[in-house]
Structure formats: structure tokens, C-alpha cells
Design a protein around this ligand. Sequence first.
Ligand code: CUA
Length: 340
Amino acid sequence: MFLDRAHSWPVRALPIGICMFGCRAEPHQSALHPAGPAAEAISLLWWVMFVAFSGVLVLVVILTLVAVFRAAPTYATDENSDEGVSARERKIGSRFIIGGGVVLPIAVTTPLLVYSLFTSTSLRTPQAEHTVEVVGRMWWWEVRYPEHKIIDANEIYIPANRPVRLELTSADVIHSFWVPRLHGKRDMIPGVKTIFWIQADRPGIYRGQCAEYCGTQHAKMAFVVIALADEDFDQWIRQRTQARPVPTADHRRGSDVFFSAGCAQCHAIRDTPAKANIGPDLTFVGSRHTLAAGTLPNNRGNLAGWLSNPQALKPGCKMPRTYLSPDDLLALVAYLETMK
Ligand code: CUA
């Protein structure tokens, strides 16, 4: 009771206000804070439509209020008019019906239709130097860079300020690829390759999210696009295409656990005998920002928790529980952390 009174509405509103201000200051996933040319065109279209239809709404509300509050017409008992309505009133009425019901909607929607068609043509995939293949899976993202033979998951690296061509598909059900700050949504359909593109104006991290319900863990199917300056992107490619180091003596045990515990039956690590692709490729798992497609920050504690009992963190995912001894678990975590 005391707490209830202590938390009066200004006290409760304060954190919400701070949060809203904070979200404004650093938006990670808002289509209204575009960071690339496609998202800018979509955002501008949204604002134009918002302003135009807000104007229509205000007009309709005003007319409704006028109709409600104006004095009731005094019907002349004019023998020439039907139902007691004067000829003048009928003329005004029909003008309102034609003006408000035909002319106004055409005048408002036609320019918006033309503008939205121009916007959609400007969203066509441009010529692009880089291609990234993205496969939606329940519930993570397989990411391939065919020109460089790099395979990764849940993170898409792109050069900033350049269009990047995307080839989207799905391995199971329909997903939808959406990075709100870089472009609109695009469905990922099993058996179909859909061409799409993104471009980021500046280096930065842009969050993406599956935008089509695809099963119980649809909400935990996120990813990030990491845009790098040209020289950093080239450096990133060089680093990712080098031969993978052989595990040092310190990590040999973790590597042995990886193979003996059955991890290699679902996962791949480049330049090792692990070649399966049921789960994400783990060649660079140590450098990922998150685990389980945006579910947890990638750190030692979360990695150990995830490996022990993924079903507690993402129920229904394909990764089964593991029953490792604490020492084996720590060795496996230490080994996976070297995968950078
Ligand atoms: Cu994948 Cu929703």
C-alpha cells in the first residue's frame, strides 16, 4: 500500500520518459530512424502518408462535429420538395457527397499512389559489388559470402556506403528478413531465391529481426548487420579467409570434447573434420556479439549456460541439452571462445 502511494504517476512516468528519450537518442531498430537510402525512401513515404491522412482525419472530425452540433434544419413545408427537405439543402447535400465521397479521395490518393510507385521503383536492387547469401532457419540465420567462401551466422558484415546484394531463402518455413534502419521487409521462402539489397550510410551496428511468425522462437530470431569502413571491411575479409589455427595445447581438451560430445554432428568448424550444417557454423562463434540469434550477449557465463541447457533459454530449438562434467564444459567454452 505504502509502495503504491510512493509510486505516484510522476514517479512511474519518469523512467518511461527517460527510456523514451534514451530510445530516441540511440535507436537500434526503428524504421523512422533510417540509416540507408532504401530505408530513407520508405521513411519519407511513411511521413508523407502520415501527414496527408492526418489532414484527412482532421477534416473528417471537423465535419462530423459540425454535423453533430449545428442547429437542426428547419424543414419548410414546401410542397415541391420530398420529405420536407428544401431544394437548396438537397443541392448542398449532393455537393458534399460528390465532393467528399469522390473528388476528395481521388485528389488525396492519386498523388500518393503515384508517389508510392516512384518510391517502389527507387527501391529496386542496384548493381552491387558484394553479395551475401542469407538462409532463414528455425530460429537463426545462416550467412554466406560466396565470393570469399566465408560462412557465418546471425551477423552480416557489409562495407558502409555501398549497396550489398542479398540472396535470401529459407531452409524450413517462411521467415522475413527485416533490418528496419536499412530497408523494408522481404520474405524468405523455402525453395525460392529472392534478390534483395541493403546499404548503410555509415559504419555501425544495425539490428534485424525476423518479421514473419515462424514458430515458437520467432521472437528470438534476431541478427545484426555490421557496416564497416572500406579498409576495415577488407581487413575483416583477410582475417576471415586465413587458414584456421590448430588448437593449442591449452585448448586441445576443449576440441576433444567438441568431437566426443557430439557437437560435430550438427555444427561445422572450418579446417576441422566438423562439417555438418544443421546448426550454425562455429568457425567464428567467439567473435559474435550474441548467442542463439540475438537471445543472449556472448560472454563466458552465457555460453556455458547455453551449452548446458539451451532448451531452458530457447525452448523448442534444435540444440539438445548436453551433460558435460564441469571441467569438460569449461574446456569446451574456452575452446569455442578462441573461434574468432
Ligand atoms: Cu523466422 Cu519468424
